[in-house]
Each structure stands twice: as structure tokens, then as C-alpha cells.
Design a protein around this ligand. Structure first.
Ligand SMILES: NC(=O)c1ccc[n+]([C@@H]2O[C@H](COP(=O)([O-])OP(=O)(O)OC[C@H]3O[C@@H](n4cnc5c(N)ncnc54)[C@H](OP(=O)(O)O)[C@@H]3O)[C@@H](O)[C@H]2O)c1
Length: 262
């Protein structure tokens, strides 16, 4: 029995890996979710909603470390404020936040919201760590798939991603959470900077197809920011190892194995 670590978003794409890794590290985990399910050995589910601010006191009871991974298209700033206030009440000692590379720089609502969430943590008065990460392979995949579906695939000029492996992000989050509070830690991005054209081409090739691309410029401030690489990690970032091609190959391999099993 040890002090449980609270993971908001523990049911999500990243959170599921984090919960597993914390368990493997011998830590008890409490997951805050809007859709609680039966608890298992070492993993307790607690009903709550970070945006509505419900269930937070119950989830935080007896907790020292909080990994805040819950997020959506809207309300992450509000959620961070709610969580910080409840964590202060509960006497939490280490708040860990996942954020996104470009949070302070990209002129897009999602990135601004992520920066506002960071600021809630920075002003919380509770020791904190913030890890900004690049887009996951799993996030870039539907973008490439959608564009590759079109006979003339739209490929905005200067749009680049640094896709990173979900397992590597989860492992780093666990490392940060089990360490001392460190403020803003180095960003984590994937091993390569890939133009959207390259992402579409490699995805289509993995499907045994070829795609013609149409290049165009994203207009306005958003286009300028992407072309300037405001969504990309700087030289101080940590880099994951798994490449986009490796991700696609593993995914296709897993699908083939599932098909062979029937
Ligand atoms: N995916 C990426 O490429 C990427 C890159 C950088 C940063 N991030 C950030 O990393 C975090 C996790 O991303 P992900 O891809 O794992 O997300 P995801 O798969 O969409 O999962 C979202 C998680 O957030 C929880 N959640 C959403 N709204 C909630 C609310 N109001 N109250 C409580 N829980 C709520 C969901 O839990 P229930 O549905 O069980 O309630 C779920 O566990 C997000 O903050 C995201 O912005 C993601």
C-alpha cells in the first residue's frame, strides 16, 4: 500500500500507458474519469469532471502527486484552475501537467488554452512540473489518412510535425511524476521533423498507394506561425526514438496479425 497517484485522463490514449507504467513501478493509482468503471488491483476509478469541477475533493483525498492528463477541445484552462484549487485544499505536493509544444507561440485557440492551463499550474503555489510534448503518432495518423484519401491530397506548405510515440511520452511523464517537482522540463518531440507531404506520402505508400499532392499556403497568422515552425521543438528538446515509418510498420503488422487470427 502506498500513497496513490492521481491521474486525470487515465483512461485516455496517453493516460492508459501512464497508469500501466505506474503500476509496473509499484505505485497505487487513482484515475479520475467521467465514466468510472470497476476498480482493479492497484487502480481505483473515481467519478469526476475537471471542467465542471466535480469529484475533485474525493479524487484528491490522501494524494500527494497529481498527473493532469485530462483534456479536450475546450475547457482545459478552466479544468486546470479547478484542479489547482482543489489540489491546494487537499494539500497536494507535486502537480504534473502535460502540455503541447508551441503552447505559448501558436495563434490557435487550443494552444492558447494550453498556455492558460500552464499558467494555472505556475501560479498555483504548489510545486509543479510541466512537460510539453509534440503531436503523437496516433494524432498525426488521422490527419495523414484523411488527406491521403483524396485523389489530390491537400498538403499545406510549411506544415510540419514531429510525431512522437505514445509509449515514450508516457514513460517520460512517469519519470517526471516520480521525480522532484522541476517546473518546465525539456520538451519531448519525436526523432524527425516531417513535412506534411512526407507524412501523407509515407502513409499512402504503407497502403500500397501513390498520391499526388496539391501544395497551398495556409493564410494569415496561423500559416505564418506554422511556416516559422512555432509548433516545433527547439534544440534543447528531448527526442523520442520511434520514427513515423516504424510506427506505421508496427501498426500494419498488428493489423495483419489480428486478421490472421480471424
Ligand atoms: N494526443 C496528442 O497528440 C497530444 C499532444 C500534446 C498534448 N496532448 C494533451 O495530452 C492530454 C491527453 O491526450 P490524449 O491524446 O491521451 O487524450 P484522449 O485520448 O482524448 O483522452 C482524453 C482524456 O481526458 C479525459 N477527460 C476529458 N475531459 C474530461 C473532463 N471534463 N473531466 C475529466 N476527464 C476528462 C478523458 O476521460 P473520460 O472520457 O474517461 O472522462 C480521457 O481520459 C490532453 O490534455 C492533450 O491535450 C495530447
Amino acid at each position: 500500500m502506498n500513497t496513490p497517484i492521481l491521474v486525470t485522463g487515465g483512461t485516455g490514449t496517453i493516460g492508459r500507458h501512464v497508469v500501466r507504467l505506474l503500476g509496473e513501478a509499484g505505485r497505487d493509482v487513482r484515475v479520475l474519469t467521467r465514466h468510472p468503471r470497476a476498480s482493479t488491483v492497484g487502480v481505483q476509478h473515481v467519478a469526476g469532471d475537471t471542467v465542471r469541477g466535480t469529484g475533485l475533493a474525493e479524487a484528491l483525498a490522501g494524494v500527494e502527486t497529481v498527473l493532469h492528463l485530462a483534456g479536450g477541445a475546450k475547457g482545459d484552462d478552466v479544468a486546470a484552475g479547478n484542479l489547482v484549487r482543489a489540489a491546494r485544499e487537499a494539500g497536494a505536493r507535486h502537480l504534473v501537467l502535460i502540455s503541447v509544444i508551441g503552447a505559448g507561440e501558436m495563434p490557435i485557440g487550443y494552444f492558447r488554452m494550453k498556455r492558460a492551463a500552464e499558467q494555472e499550474f505556475e501560479r498555483s503555489g504548489i510545486p509543479f512540473s510541466i512537460l510539453r510534448v509534440a503531436q503523437l503518432h496516433d494524432f498525426v495518423l488521422p490527419v495523414a489518412r484523411t488527406m491521403a484519401r483524396m485523389p489530390l491530397a491537400p498538403a499545406p506548405r510549411g506544415l510540419r510535425f514531429e510525431p512522437v510515440s505514445v509509449e515514450e511520452v508516457a514513460a517520460r511523464l512517469v519519470e517526471v511524476a516520480l521525480g522532484e517537482p522541476a517546473g518546465r522540463v525539456p520538451d519531448l518531440a519525436g526523432p524527425e521533423v516531417l513535412d506534411i507531404a512526407e507524412l501523407i506520402r509515407t502513409f499512402a505508400e504503407a497502403q500500397g498507394r501513390r498520391r499526388r499532392l496539391v501544395r497551398f499556403a495556409i493564410p494569415g497568422a496561423v500559416g505564418r506561425a506554422y511556416r516559422a515552425g512555432a509548433n516545433l521543438a527547439g534544440p534543447a528538446a528531448l527526442r523520442g526514438r520511434r520514427t513515423w515509418r516504424e510506427f506505421l510498420a508496427e501498426r500494419d503488422g498488428a493489423r495483419d496479425r489480428a486478421a490472421a487470427r480471424g
